[in-house]
Design a protein around this ligand. Sequence first.
Ligand code: NDP
Length: 611
Amino acid sequence: MSTPHTASEPTPPEPQPQPQGLGFDPEALRERYRAERDRRIRPDGRRQYRRTTGEFGHFDEDPHAGPAVAREPLDDHVDVIVIGGGFGGLLAGARLRQAGLEGIRIIEKGADVGGTWYWNRYPGIHCDIESYVYMPLLEEVGYVPKWKYAPGAEIRAHARAVAEHFDLYRDACFRTQVTELRWDGTTDRWLVGTDRGDRMSARHVVAATGLLSQSKLPGIEGIQSFKGRMFHTSRWDYDYTGGDATGGLVGLADKRVALVGTGATAIQVVPHLGRDAERLYVFQRTPSSVDVRGQRPTDQQWAASLTPGWQRRRRDNFLAVVTGGRVDEDLVADGWTSSARLFQKIIPSNNYADLAPEEREHLEEIADFQKMNELRARVDTVVTDPATAEALKPWYRYMCKRPTFSDSYLETFNRSNVTLVDVSDHGGVERITEHAVVAGGVEYEVDCIVFGTGFEVGVSGLLSGRLPAYGRDGVALLDSWKAGPKTLHGFYSRGFPNLFMLGSTQSASSVNYVHVLDEQATHVAEVIAEAGRRGARCVEPTAEAEAAWVATIREKAADLHRFQSECTPGYYNGEGMPRARSEAYGDGPQAFYTLLGRWRADGGMDEVMVM
Ligand code: NDP
């Protein structure tokens, strides 16, 4: 623990553990991490990727929707339009229903609800956050997941169950994309345009358009010349591979397959491709950290013993642990909760505020080195070929990339039909020809290329400008935000009445993102319901309240720049070009939820109701 000191009497630095006491040399590790970062940094940063639009638009087509269904354009009015049918939209719908709202319309691009879990159906898909804390509304729907880590199909089925339970299919529009929001100040309504020619209106709009919904492709030369089959993991082509999300990819028995990417998605896909393809080449630019999974079926005795409120208690417990809070018992007890201290780099909180910053940073770094050493050692115990094992070791700090968990990924590289191709020195795959993937000057002939190359970050919806919103006097949201986002609590912005945003901007962030969405949806539903009870004309923050919140965000913003600058590139750090500071609420998610509750209890609603 640090001792108190004054600014005029600087405390001498705490004695640091010596390298020999640690069993490793911190400076040597720092050096290695820097070298690994430097050889991966590309000058084109985010621009190295291609959008799955235009000439690459076929990569974005929906393989699950079936034949197109015609419908007449709608020109009706509802109380609330919710954009997005993923868990954000479903939670908004559910919480609004509980608050007594009737006219709720979900508008969704896919042919059903589920969002991420609608689109992503690749073999092996499951959620790597414990199902009992990740899947929302379990008690409301009366469901206990079958596994500690739920497979995608179970989560998708649950999304449908939520929609049915809260009667959200009633007015929903699927296979429909909102193209424009325009505030009509004469009627105090939003006019909502879509790609189906709809001209609906709504008193309130809730935008729940997700964070990672637009798949991206690597800008590899020659990609369009490939004559075999290509697809992105988020649009898996089971007509070609055979099988389903549980595996059995019989169509690949005589196929040579290339998988580009080794992120959290690839970790789940590789065991299936390795088992079922004749030959698998995994093109790896940066290895993921792969920790123990420990998947297990739900203990039925435990399920029967659950008492009302169990899910909230468990979810709160998980959040408390991963943000460094003190709890009597770690209920989830898995790879996330055992590494809690290391998450401070992405989920800031004030739970370690009693330590001096240098001491805190020092302890975090040592814990980080120890964890990463353990994960690198794990590779050696599993992978038999020493060169392959060496290439699979992650050399960066734990939260530079999303941690992953698997008990079958590393093992797959012991198969004789599976080859790891290290492309770390070449900025990634070099070239694609009619029949091959080229890396390091070697041509790997393949029949099929699967891109596990991830998603554009934060481009869906309002923040990217893809969904333009015009507020009072026709001002576009992004014009109003030229100098940076301006919101109260991340939800609403002055000049854009009755428009509610769910997301991470100026709000909370957490590894269990659905928990964040639930707290946000609950709050927004209460505000909308209160506006109805008061007969308010609209909901809109005052300029003062908005400015005060922006100032709070700035003042508390965690400075992640130094940490992220030292990381190997990836989407967490803007491909090696990190933002100056975080946009998330710096005291952390628990403090944010408490703050929202207090705001509601202490008459905060008065600030936003326009009568
Ligand atoms: P990621 O962005 O995490 O990974 C993309 C991969 O593609 C990286 O390994 C990247 O390498 C590689 N890559 C990109 N361009 C090239 C290139 N030119 N040549 C070779 N390799 C290349 O995408 P994912 O789909 O794996 O994961 C995205 C996010 O989705 C996760 O971070 C997580 O938030 C979420 N997710 C959650 C899961 C869950 O269970 N909850 C499961 C799966 C995903 P490099 O690292 O070097 O850039």
